[in-house]
Ligand binder design. Structure first.
Ligand SMILES: [Mg+2]
Length: 218
């Protein structure tokens, strides 16, 4: 069976576009139109090591999936050059697309810091937002626990809200890996509705049985 694919967004997940913008006091559009600007982006902390660590697990087929700046062809080339400089092992794994909904199937993963853009919502697999406190250490831990094959195991996900020292459990979901994106959707809904950044989504344990949603009474 082929490995599960892991599509990684570039800006905001692997390359630190925002830090460059702030450091040089430029707008996003100005950075996009500067020759060579993409080449100067620093990697997001932990990204290079994290990608190599996940690659080393051997369970996932890693691809870069990045939306290039529309109509600025040299920026397409600069983005590819960045990958060659920082992650040469992925030189045959680069996808430039404005539509990430075209990628993969239900077994696959997409990590993106703007999950509402580039048609990410149409991605059929598990969409992992790289926001609200997500970082590379958490991603590596997550993929360590993710099974190599779909449907092999089920997992319990817990969404927790922390306000100061008070912690509330919002929802505990048990779902098949195949529909684990439901846990992420619920998580995103709570964050959006409550305008909060204090939610956490954690995998409690993987298990073999049970398929049900169990809202926790708070
Ligand atoms: Mg991005």
């Amino acid at each position: 069976m082929s490995r599960r694919r892991l599509f990684l967004d570039m800006d905001g997940v692997i390359a630190d576009f925002d830090a460059y913008m702030k450091r040089h006091n430029l707008t996003g559009d100005e950075v996009k139109q500067m020759h060579g600007a993409y080449l100067q982006l620093d990697p997001i902390p932990g990204a290079i090591e994290g990608i190599r660590s996940i690659n080393g697990m051997g369970k996932f087929d890693i691809w870069i999936a990045t939306k290039p700046p529309t109509g600025i062809p040299f920026a397409y080339a600069d983005k590819v050059q960045w990958i060659l400089n920082h992650l040469p092992e992925l030189k045959r794994k680069i996808i430039l697309t404005h539509d990430k909904g075209l990628l993969g199937d239900y077994r696959d993963y997409l990590v993106d810091d703007r999950p509402h853009k580039a048609n990410c919502e149409e991605f059929e697999g598990t969409l992992i937002p790289f926001q609200n406190g997500m970082d590379w250490q958490k991603l590596v831990d997550y993929f360590k626990k993710a099974p190599a094959n779909i449907g092999e195991r089920q997992a319990i996900y817990r969404i927790k809200q922390s306000v100061g020292t008070v912690q509330r459990q919002w929802l505990e979901v048990v779902c098949e890996e195949r529909i684990e994106r439901l846990a992420w959707l619920e998580y995103n809904r709570l964050v959006a509705e409550n305008q909060e950044k204090y939610f956490e989504l954690t995998v409690i344990e993987h298990r073999e049985d049970c398929l049900a949603f169990n809202p926790i009474k708070s």
